[in-house]
Write a protein that binds this ligand. Structure first.
Ligand SMILES: Nc1nc2c(ncn2[C@@H]2O[C@H](COP(=O)(O)OP(=O)(O)OP(=O)(O)O)[C@@H](O)[C@H]2O)c(=O)[nH]1
Ligand SMILES: [Mg+2]
Length: 452
């Protein structure tokens, strides 16, 4: 168990923003440090789970550094199950940093990312899936991602994985007993064991597939809008993001640099990239912009290739389509449908969807097709989603179960079944945190933000 006291600013740090900032301490010295630095007027009792009003003062000079509230939560009734002290200071950068410096000068150590949560885990306050869910909630970029994180925080993942692990442990116990005391025990029905292992394996595979869809809600997508000059790329970016983010003119070559916009479509966080129209040009600045368009096209998670319906699909559009890497979802979008003459339907031939960035026609069809191509077909379908780490472990467990089932199929002795079954149990225990090494824990928590 850690025996030192850690401290960090627990709230977001951004210049000039936020009205309250919290400096959080956890550990055996937290209360003593709080008493040393906090001066309270009047007769306020220093009690746990009470808010005190006062000033944070520099004990060396007596200078008042900030007016603040202090919250003391004595062990074990705190997030970390250690004694926690929080200074609720005025927001802004300078005074909060000074409060933290005083706390550090009084004997606390700067907390590593996720170290408060790591202590909560080590002290049995949280299981690993809940701890990870907290981090996911903090970093969620869409409401759906936050809902998934909350499902994990409510213990849904722990219960689900824990139950599967229990089922495997039951089978493992039966098998191991037969390895040692076969003749003293009633015979074991190998088919029933194999059926149970196969059922757990199927559930794990389903969880991995759901996790893949959940990943989209967590990580979001980078979508590049590319096309020849003047086809309406910037107009589309502005329409989808409901802002006048990018400059639009009727001059080809208006956009010279990448323009990014963050938005959420059907729960999926998107970074939309408007790019310079691709053509051959002697303009130096435009050439550099076009180079950036080409790299955006190659590195994006998905590409919207725009062309102008009033001009029609041409060889240059076709050449651009060739640049999109294999396997990257691509949607060919005909724009300026409002200018398309009724008798010119051939112009729209290669288009997956026709829109007008000017009027908004076709926009919802475009969004629906884009998300479908990126694998987001049923936004409400995923209720629980494993993160990457958990997915890898669940997939490894499913593979181990496959090996056990193979031993079953070949009717090998019981101890051959148990080897891989034990590996599967261990992998699930690594998800829930019941069987996890310190190195893995350090890696998991280091991805958290500081102060969490
Ligand atoms: N009629 C019509 N005009 C459009 C539509 N979309 C864009 N435009 C016009 O087309 C012109 C070019 O639009 P932009 O959005 O600047 O085109 P772009 O593809 O970003 O052009 P570059 O930045 O030069 O590559 C502007 O005059 C827009 O108003 C549309 O759907 N219908
Ligand atoms: Mg543009």
């Amino acid at each position: 168990m850690p025996d030192d006291t850690i401290a960090a600013v627990a709230t977001a740090i951004a210049p000039g923003e936020g009205s309250v900032a919290i400096v959080r301490l956890s550990g055996p010295e937290a209360e003593a440090i709080g008493q040393r630095l906090f001066v309270t007027p009047g007769d306020q009792p220093w009690e746990s789970h009470r808010v005190l009003y006062g000033h944070v003062c520099d004990p060396a000079s007596g200078e008042r550094v900030d007016e603040a509230l202090l919250l003391l939560m004595r062990a074990p009734r705190s997030f970390t199950r250690e004694t926690v002290v929080e200074f609720h200071c005025h927001g802004g950068l300078i005074s909060v940093q000074r409060v933290l410096e005083l706390v550090l000068a009084s004997g606390a150590r700067r907390a590593l990312p996720g170290e408060f949560s790591q202590r909560a885990f080590l002290n049995g306050r949280l299981d690993l899936t809940r701890a990870e869910a907290i981090s996911e909630l903090v970093t969620a970029r869409s409401r759906r991602a936050a809902q998934l994180a909350m499902a994990g925080l409510d213990g849904g993942m722990q219960a689900r994985i824990g139950a599967l692990r229990e089922r495997l442990l039951d089978q493992l116990a039966e098998l191991e007993a037969r390895v040692d005391f076969e003749e003293d025990l009633p015979p074991l029905d190998g088919d029933a064991v194999a059926a149970e292992l196969a059922a757990v394996q199927a559930e794990l595979e389903q969880l991995v597939a759901d996790g893949e869809r959940g990943q989209l809600l967590r990580d979001g997508l980078r979508v590049a809008i590319v096309g020849r000059p003047n086809v309406g790329k910037s107009s589309l970016l502005n329409r989808l993001s409901c802002t006048e983010r990018a400059i639009v003119t009727d001059l080809p070559g208006t956009t010279r640099d990448l323009v990014e916009s963050e938005l959420v479509l059907h729960g999926v966080p998107l970074t939309l990239l408007d790019t310079a129209g691709i053509r051959s040009t002697s303009d130096r600045v435009e050439q550099i912009g076009i180079q950036r368009s080409r790299s955006a096209l190659k590195s994006a998670d998905a590409v919207l290739l725009l062309f102008d319906l009033s001009v029609g699909w041409c060889d240059d559009d076709a050449a651009l389509r060739e640049l999109v890497p294999d396997g990257v979802p691509l949607l060919v979008v005909g724009n300026k449908a409002d200018q398309l003459k009724a008798d010119a339907s051939s112009a729209s031939a290669p288009a997956d969807v026709c829109i007008s960035a000017l009027t908004g026609a076709g926009e919802s069809e475009l969004v629906a097709q884009l998300l479908t191509r990126c694998g987001h077909s049923d936004p409400q379908g995923v209720q629980l989603a494993l993160n990457r780490r958990q997915q890898d472990l669940a997939a490894a467990a499913a593979v181990s179960l496959g090996a056990s089932l193979e031993a079953a199929r070949q009717q090998l002795p019981w101890d051959f079944w148990t080897i891989d079954l034990r590996a599967a149990v261990r992998a699930l225990g690594e998800i829930t945190g019941e069987e996890v090494s310190e190195a893995v824990l350090d890696r998991v928590f280091s991805r958290f933000c500081i102060g969490k």
